[in-house]
Write a protein that binds this ligand. Structure first.
Ligand code: IPD
Length: 293
């Protein structure tokens, strides 16, 4: 990217070149359709009792049968509508394409909430241009569909962000001390130990902390003014791509620490002045390092 919407809005990147038959509005509409269709499957197909089908990076990083079914649906519709595009999905990984566009999909973001029947889980669908590398691609359009209540955020690059069709905007920057801050924790015990140390620095300096359990929704809540700020270390591209575009198109600065772009190392989002204040705090807490203090 110029990547995960690290750049402040006052310094826009060059527009990527799109294939001839493609518009940002068309990609945004397809991202929304995909997220809604998968959301209907996840909502209506919920079994009486959800089971863990497998674990990934640790015993608490779970996959359910519905993660796989939702990703299969997304892949099927993308293959029908945009057969030459590549796909990067949480469950099945990367499949190559020839168009220069890649769909970055999280079939259920907030799988632990889905497992327990807790509300905050979503389908996240983004489409990016450029190499299939988060450090180099540009997110063109995205949609985040909240499964339980059907709220759907969409955004197009340079075209703003909406919630259920209505424009959204971040809260104006306020002092950190009265900011409501969302965050999340990784699945690895050592990472979590470090994240708890960072939290010790952050919690006394903010209004309060929310750990809601879906990074995609957290970023959309920043976009909608339901959270002032959000930060998290360890996000994957599929957690981040759509929600980061929604947040940045709603006026957020979405960035990493020490001048680096948002990404796995660290993602911070919020009204630019407030986000910069949180960045300074996180830098002083060395929140982008896993080394014990
Ligand atoms: C997770 C959620 C969670 C965040 C984790 C993500 P998943 O995604 O977004 O809020 O804290 O970092 O991995 O595993 O449910 O798709």
């Amino acid at each position: 990217m110029t990547s995960f919407h690290d750049a402040p809005r006052e310094a826009p990147r060059d527009e990527p070149r799109l294939p001839d038959d493609v518009t940002i509005a068309g990609l945004r509409a397809l991202a929304e359709r995909l997220a809604r269709e998968a959301g209907t499957l996840v909502r209506d197909g919920r079994p009486e009792r959800v089971e863990v089908a497998a674990t990934k990076s640790s015993a608490v990083d779970v996959v359910t049968a519905m993660d796989a079914e939702s990703e299969a649906l997304l892949r099927r519709v993308i293959a029908e509508e945009r057969p030459d595009d590549a796909i990067l999905g949480e469950e099945e990984g990367a499949s190559a394409g020839t168009s220069g566009l890649t769909w970055v999909i999280d079939p259920i973001d907030g799988t632990v909430n889905y497992l327990y029947g807790v509300a905050s889980h979503a389908i996240s669908v983004a489409v990016v241009a450029g190499p299939p590398d988060p450090a180099e691609w540009t997110v063109l359009a995205g949609a985040v569909h909240s499964v339980v209540d059907g709220r759907t955020w969409t955004a197009g690059l340079g075209a703003g962000a909406t919630l259920d069709g209505e424009p959204v905007a971040v809260n104006p920057a306020g002092p950190l001390a009265t900011s409501l801050v969302g965050t999340g924790f990784g699945y690895d015990a050592d990472r979590r130990r470090r994240q708890a140390q960072v939290l010790v620095e952050v919690l006394p300096r903010v209004r309060d902390i929310r750990r809601l359990g879906s990074a995609a929704i957290d970023l959309c809540l920043v976009a909608t003014g339901r959270l002032d700020l959000y930060y998290e270390r360890g996000l994957n591209p599929w957690d981040l791509a759509a929600g980061a575009l929604v947040a940045s198109e709603a006026g957020a600065l979405v960035t990493g620490l020490r001048g680096r772009p948002a990404g796995s190392e660290m993602t911070v989002a919020g009204a630019p002045d407030a986000a910069r204040e949180l960045v300074r705090l996180l830098e002083s807490a060395e929140a982008d390092s896993d080394d014990r203090r």
